[in-house]
Design a protein around this ligand. Sequence first.
Ligand SMILES: [Fe+2]
Length: 335
Amino acid sequence: MIKIFLTIVVLLISSNANEVNIYTHRHYPSDEVLFKTFTEKTGIKVNVVQANADQIMKRLEEEGKYTPADLLLTVDVGRLYYAKEKDLLQPIESKFLEEVIPFNLRDKEGHWFGVTKRARVLVYNIDSVDPRSLSTYEALADKKYKGSILTQSSSSIYNQSLLASIIAHKGEKEAKAWAKAVRSNFARRPTGSDRDQMRALAAGMAKVAIVNTYYVGQLINSKSFSDKAVAEMIGIYFPDQGEDERGTHINISGIGVTKHAKNRENAIAFIEFLCSQEAQKVFTSVNYEYPVNKNVAPSRLLQSWGSFKEDSIELYKIGQNNAKAVKIFNEVGWY
Ligand SMILES: [Fe+2]
């Protein structure tokens, strides 16, 4: 009897609670603006738990069906793929999302959807590099780059996904040879963030760095005088643009409804809001990310970097090749 009573109380609370609970790894001002706007528009309260990506995933796994989380918001398809593999997400159907998000940027079964897009590009020191000398990711394996390349460690999921894309396109053998050669061209043992690579690049430590585009936007708009100066020292180059080449590697930050979401409808409404024209404009202007919504143009700053051909590989294939990429990094000593 008591059990039935408690169940009814829980049901009443959950059905009355007009809220949505999000576990997020993102920590950008754009997101806070959007959470607030969503509540203003819908009356649905947004509760946010922020932590690093691994902590969030672990927490979701440990909480199982007791999790309060309705949504998982994270960066890089590698993590979304992992969450689906671990059975942490559930499929949803949304005509709107299928219409506005290109199919390569979302899970076929509706477990996750891209909400923003980022390109992993080459940045170069404008004093020492003629951009016409740059071409592809593959070209970074050339001996002429000895001591000239900066990038993060292999624990960066951004690098894991870049290598996973090379595995998907060219096979493991070629990908391994590439990783080995690029590693031997490093200017230093990988350390720090994408922004740190650009700071070192501007200081003359190397010629080229591999970074995500929105970090360039962050430096350009930084309150720090020295970071603004860093931004002035670097140029952006979109690799693999030739006719026979696949295009620049892109990735997403994305979202999925958790398997045990108690506020499923609110969660779907929230995803649809993040992909609306209004929210996409905020992502691109406040956080310098590319919109996933086909009908929204990148911000003026992003447009000033030029349009480019994107690698249109279905992103789940990058998640699929993540473990192989990590293995190759370990084998070739890209720490
Ligand atoms: Fe990032």
